[in-house]
Design a protein around this ligand. Sequence first.
Ligand code: ASP
Length: 323
Amino acid sequence: MIRKISMLTAAVGFIVATTGAFAAYPEKPISVVVPFAAGGPTDVVARSLAQAMGTQLKGSMIVENVGGAGGTIGAGKVARAPGDGYTLLFHHIGMSTAPALYRKLDFKPLEDFIPIGAVVDVPMTIIAKPTMAQANAKDLLTFVRANKEKINLANAGVGSASHLCGLLLQNAMKTDLTTVPFSGTGPAMTALLGGNVDLMCDQTTNTSGQIKGGKVKAYAVTSKGKLANFPELPPLGAELPGFEVGVWHILYAPKNTPADVVTKLQSSLQAAIKDAGFAAKMKDLGAEIMPVDRQTSAGAKALLTSEIAKWSPIIQSAKAYAD
Ligand code: ASP
């Protein structure tokens, strides 16, 4: 009898301690790894989200930029981090293209992470250095085809959204261009503004300000139709039929993160997305908020799974591998 009571007491104590531990989460700052350089589009969204989620969690979320190799270095770092809720990853479509692009990848997107929820879907824009003389997308494509040895295309490395968009562009144009990789399109934008690279395809979350300020030449959007923020820009599909890319973003925790922590992160992500300041900033930058059913662990996992299935054969047929 005494043994039974002490076992019961121990079990109750364990439940209380466990529940207490999760109720107190977060007890220290949470690091959100962005697998690209600071100042770029993924970073901009991550910082806004981190601020809004930090408020919801009554704690702080600190963005850590771990750029390089198209986002695979930062993602690999989080895959190996403890699943304790204190190291998260904010990544985009590159999570679904990396398995087909990299022969050697030190993480498995579907096995090493628990998606917390999808956040935004961001269209891309085709932009060029300020001195590019061509007046519209049609003239730009004609010029690029005729000068392919001289034109280069900036990107954020193999596996980045800018790389994927550039790959689709070169395939659709049947033209190979020299690509120039950066640790993110933040630094790539600096090179483009200085005329050190010619062209780039990048998310509106990085290009909006430069386009509106007339700092770069803008030619097209990669959405199916026109965008409310840039009514003057045609969809690239008008010149290259079927061309369409959208850059979805998901917040992840490493595998083994306790379910209670995932649930807490998921509800604070959903509340942060509703935050008026976050929503207004995303609208201003041309980012579309994900539907509520995607702002969940299950919805984000379904999105990642379907995107891996969508992009892998396209990348394999383009034979675009990296080591
Ligand atoms: N826009 C970049 C990309 O091409 C990443 C970044 O710098 O956020 O994936």
